[in-house]
Design a binder for this molecule. Structure first.
Ligand code: GLA
Length: 392
């Protein structure tokens, strides 16, 4: 059992109190996420269907008299920055996410005061469960509360996405920040990444979500991710004149892409093929979820994985192995890699009562490089970011 959200927040508060000698003003927390389906569609203005999970990052925050941001003093990773000079660090650091959010709040004209912060959390890092979005959102909610600001949630999510672009150097889409901000327990979130219209779709009872962390670190994630983005943009550029000046792959149907395939080189064609078919799968998955048709949902998960493996080429042998192992188990609806890929986690949707069998099969059957075992656990869904003032 992973510690509850309350206890993660409590740990941040205790560590803050211990290290700064006073109670914090507030504690904010934000969850990691698992994307059920809709991968690499967000930055193509398409559709995604993630859930917020019961792994979170908490930030306890309090005011300082000077104009510095001070983080996690006394830990191996403590840091301190003047508010007037918040830049991305030369060698990417965890603090970039916090300074990025603070800097962009200032940028939008929100005055920020000096702050002490203590970060504590249990979203595994580098596993593709959006630990960075959780950190950004928890920081944003903490600083918004401390400074008495009022910023709508969607704007907060967009600001955090910008922090990721400008301070972490990954040109991510909006999915991770959006779900970490606006997720709802027992629901998936269907998001139209163009209009940012969204719908919370209830998850039927009787189903478990298994996460299998391959332990393969996503070292290529940043550079390859940005390259995939460029390949999609190339596709749009080449298709646009034939399709009335479209601006994103969102506007291309699988049939149109098939007709115009001669315009694209084979790699760009495969990237585009993934995106346009994935958008279609997300819509069908959301419909299946609404109807409680989990068999159909699971089938679409397998199709998504295959498309990510063959066409978008962001899977890896370890993720494929997990999906194959799941596919051979009783009670499994579907399985696929989740997140950017190149390692990280795969997920499996299982009928309640069959979960232990699937976990046993994964523990027995999975062998990574050097015989490494996977870390396999059941995740629950959770609510998006929140902040709680602490009584003095
Ligand atoms: C990462 C990015 C998201 C999204 C996924 C792939 O998690 O942060 O914006 O593009 O990869 O679906």
């Amino acid at each position: 059992m992973s510690p509850s959200r309350d206890s993660i927040e409590q740990q941040a508060v205790s560590a803050y109190t211990k290290h700064f000698g006073v109670s914090p003003h507030a504690v904010a927390s934000a969850p990691g996420r698992v994307n059920l389906i809709g991968e690499h569609t967000d930055y193509n203005e398409g559709y995604v269907l993630p859930v917020a999970i019961d792994r979170a990052t908490a930030v306890a925050v309090g005011a300082r008299d000077d104009d510095r941001l001070v983080m996690n003093p006394g830990s191996a990773q403590d840091a301190s920055f003047p508010l007037s000079r918040l830049y991305p660090s030369e060698r990417r650091a965890w603090t970039d996410y916090l300074t990025g959010v603070a800097s962009l709040l200032q940028d939008r004209g929100s005055p920020i005061r000096g702050a002490n912060m203590y970060v504590y959390g249990n979203v595994p890092r580098g596993a593709g469960l959006s630990s960075s979005a959780a950190l950004e959102l928890a920081t944003a909610f903490a600083l918004i509360e401390l400074n008495g600001l009022s910023i709508p949630p969607v704007e907060t999510a967009k600001l955090c996405q910008r922090a990721e672009h400008e301070f972490a150097g990954v040109k991510c889409g909006i999915m991770d920040q959006f779900i970490s901000c606006l997720g709802r327990k027992d629901h998936a979130l269907l998001l139209d990444c163009r209009s940012l219209a969204y719908e919370h779709v209830p998850i039927p009872a009787g189903v478990d979500l298994i996460v299998c962390d391959t332990g393969v670190k996503r070292t290529l994630a940043g550079s390859e991710y940005n390259r995939r983005r460029e390949e999609c943009a190339t596709g749009v550029r080449l298709l646009s004149p034939s399709l009335g000046g479209i601006t994103s792959l969102r506007d291309v149907s699988p049939a149109q892409l098939h007709d115009l395939r001669g315009l694209l080189d084979p790699v760009v064609l495969r990237r585009c093929m993934h995106v346009v078919t994935e958008n279609d799968r997300v819509q069908r998955s959301a419909a299946a979820l609404r109807e409680g048709n989990l068999s159909e949902f699971g089938k679409l998960m397998y199709d998504s994985h295959l498309s990510l493996r063959r066409d978008f080429e962001v899977s890896c042998p370890e993720l494929d192995l997990v999906v194959d192992l799941c596919a051979g188990c009783d009670g499994v609806y579907g399985a696929r890699m989740t997140g950017a890929g190149f390692g990280g986690c795969a997920i499996c949707l299982t009928k309640e009562g069959f979960t232990d069998g699937v976990i046993a099969r994964l523990n027995a059957g999975y062998h990574g490089k050097d015989g490494k075992k996977a870390s396999v656990y059941v995740c629950s869904t959770d609510d998006g970011a929140r902040v709680t003032p602490i009584a003095p």
